[in-house]
Design a protein around this ligand. Structure first.
Ligand code: WTA
Length: 635
């Protein structure tokens, strides 16, 4: 395991240099040493960022579930693979061993087959954080079906859009879900969504909450009776390295969410290798990532990365505030968690609570802490470091994206000295570049620019499902021969990176990417609304919150504004989900526009952020007079 664990900074630099001097050789060595291949590759890498086309380990044959499950059966059959901690602390935790996971995935895969699902078919998974969710992903991968997980907080409309975009034949869901003291009617949402999804032939339903639900004849079936009948053994479908593994939707600046398509071998190699190094994972560790599997963090660092390493991965069904704000720390103590990976928004929410929630619990098992999803502010970083890590557990501030599949910029614990708010150094094999607006690379240190990546890494998304042109336009057209991330970053005097935030119209609220366009489209559906524009403004828990400027039709002008605000948020909840609700809604007689009719978000953003000293030149606007009105009435 020569190049697997990095132990000090010098070693990092050595391995890093090797990885960029000859990436093919480097990744070939990693792939050879640590995985099970049915056939080795003919070619390590071919790529062309102009087309764009990227292929890793072409010609290789494998099944990712053999790597995540079967090969551990000789040495880890009775080791816990998935440690499930239910929403209700009084319900016992479940320890699912590798042997049991093998059986459960085998049965589930056979059920999928019996329902006519095969290689290449798309299966939409809309489940809460229960073991069946992880098992469903793996069962799809077992038979070569492409999973498309939709976060179970999205609305019926958002779900149906995603189902139709990838033409899913099947939906896997549950009767309901638990979140804190709430019980949610998940199946009802699916029923609504499926009214506009003619392509869905079957729905498998997990019983989680014993709720009374509608079952549509000929379409909906309970999963458990089928599992009870199914054979535990399911031979893995042998996949090509570049066969699709999954689709996962992420918000874009405009239009439809983008179905990022990840392929098999490169994704497996990179998530496994990053997991081991970024968390300094050791055999006896209990690793917990608090993300939901509905997001990329859950795919890569709850399911595939940890299981490919034979790790014990905790799956938590609940929320940090239930039954009280000590829940995370109670779970850490109860299961003796060694690595804890969460989002800055959760840290900020917990830091606002009294210290008694944390002081009650023994956190001495913790070795490494992680954050992901948005920039972590200095105060939250110190709170995490002082109170959770007791200044002895390094914090890995990991920067990456749905599109990158795995962690891209991060400290290596105990090797890279950390620095608050800095994601620090590129991971092994990652070649970042900062670009100026003219398209030139900015060399040297103490500079800032737009963050790009110069060279492919194994887990880069290969396309946007059904829209390769959009993939090219979004990521490979802004800068020649570069993958453009959409983020801004600075590089300090020692070469550490700090991510400064999105440079496009994506806003990150509580770690969730939200595109402004779909929210505006939803608001505009309200009969009283004429036009709207959304911007982000700083929020002490969510990082950013949403500020909406709304103009009303004449019929709406006399309406009670507080009621209208509620209705607008209701429309957003129906179209997207509660995560996209607006914190502030300002009604205005107009929106500032350029002469070509484009809304000047820059001005609206400054007003929302209370940075009105320097609004820039507004005289060239079509309607400069509305700027004063908006400022006067700003919330
Ligand atoms: C942001 C999440 C600062 C960034 C894995 C990125 C971060 C977007 C960090 C991707 C971080 C993620 N520091 N910003 N450590 N991690 N981001 O696709 O803007 O949900 O482009 O993937 O989150 O979000 P996504």
């Amino acid at each position: 395991m020569s190049n697997y664990h990095i132990k000090h900074l010098e070693e990092y630099y050595q391995v890093y240099r090797k990885s960029v001097r000859n990436p093919e050789l480097f990744w070939e060595e990693v792939a050879e040493e640590h995985f099970l291949w049915r056939k080795k590759w003919d070619n390590v890498l071919s790529w062309d960022f102009k087309k764009p086309e990227i292929k890793w380990f072409e010609g290789a044959k494998l099944n990712i579930t053999e790597n995540c499950i079967d090969r551990h059966l000789t040495t880890r059959a009775n080791k816990t693979a998935i440690l499930f901690e239910p929403n209700n602390p009084n319900e016992p935790a479940q320890h699912i061993t590798y042997k049991q996971l093998h059986e459960r995935v085998g049965k589930f895969a056979n059920v999928l087959k019996s329902k006519g699902i095969g290689k290449g078919d798309r299966v939409c998974i809309y489940l809460p954080m229960i073991p069946e969710l992880a098992v469903a992903l793996l069962a799809c991968a077992r038979i070569g079906a492409i999973h498309s997980v939709v976060f179970a907080g999205f609305s019926a409309t958002a779900l149906s859009t995603r189902i139709n975009d990838c033409d899913a034949k099947m939906v896997i869901t549950s009767d309901g879900s638990y979140r804190g003291d709430k019980s949610i009617d998940l199946k009802g949402i699916v029923d609504d969504a499926l009214k506009s999804c003619p392509g869905v032939q079957s729905v498998l339903v997990v019983n989680r909450t014993n709720r009374t639900i509608q079952m549509k004849d000929g379409r909906d079936v309970w999963l458990q009776p089928l599992l009870d009948e199914a054979d535990t053994n399911c031979e893995p479908e042998i996949m090509d390295a570049e066969d699709p593994l999954f689709i996962l939707y992420t918000s874009g600046s405009t239009g439809m969410p983008k179905g990022m398509m990840h392929s098999t071998a490169g994704y497996m190699v990179y998530t496994a290798y990053t997991f081991k190094n970024v968390f300094q994972y050791k055999e006896e560790d209990i690793y917990w990532c608090t993300a939901d599997i509905g997001w990329i963090t859950g795919h890569s660092y709850i399911v595939y990365g940890p299981l490919a390493n034979g790790a014990t991965t905790v799956m938590f069904e609940g929320v940090p505030s239930y039954p009280d704000f000590g829940r995370f720390w109670e779970v850490v103590e109860k299961h003796k968690v060694t690595q804890f990976y969460t989002a800055p928004t959760a840290i900020r929410a917990l830091a606002k609570q009294g210290m008694e929630f944390i002081e009650k619990h023994d956190l001495s098992s913790l070795k490494v802490l992680g954050t992901v999803g948005e920039p972590i502010n200095e105060e939250a970083w110190h709170w995490y470091n002082d109170n959770v890590g007791k200044k002895k557990s390094p914090i890995v501030d990991t920067w990456w994206q749905t599109e990158t599949g795995g962690i891209m910029i991060t400290p290596i614990p105990f090797a890279t000295p950390t620095k608050p708010t800095y994601a620090t150094l590129p991971f092994i094999g990652i070649q970042p570049a900062l670009m100026d607006e003219q398209g030139n690379e900015i060399k040297g240190n103490q500079v800032d620019g737009r963050l790009c990546i110069k060279f492919p890494w194994p887990s880069i998304a290969r396309t946007i499902w059904g829209n390769h042109q959009r993939y090219k336009d979004t990521y490979f057209s802004a800068f020649e021969n570069m993958y453009f991330t959409g983020d801004g970053a600075l590089r300090d005097e020692v070469g550490y990176y700090r991510i400064t935030g999105r440079v496009d119209d994506v806003i990150i609220v509580s770690g969730h990417n939200l595109g402004t366009a779909p929210i505006e489209d939803a608001i505009n559906e309200h009969p009283a609304v004429s036009e709207s524009a959304i911007v982000g403004f700083p929020h002490d828990v969510k990082g950013f919150a949403l500020y909406g400027y709304v103009t009303l039709k004449e019929t709406g002008e006399s309406r009670d504004h507080d009621n209208l605000r509620k209705e607008i948020n209701q429309v957003i909840t129906e179209h997207i989900g509660p995560i996209a609700k607006l914190d502030k809604i300002q009604f205005t007689s107009g929106l500032p526009k350029t002469r070509s009719g484009k809304i000047m978000r820059r001005i609206l953003r400054k007003i929302a952020c209370k940075e009105t000293d320097n609004l820039g030149d507004t005289s060239t606007l079509l309607n400069p007079e509305v700027v004063q009105e908006i400022m006067d009435n700003a919330l």
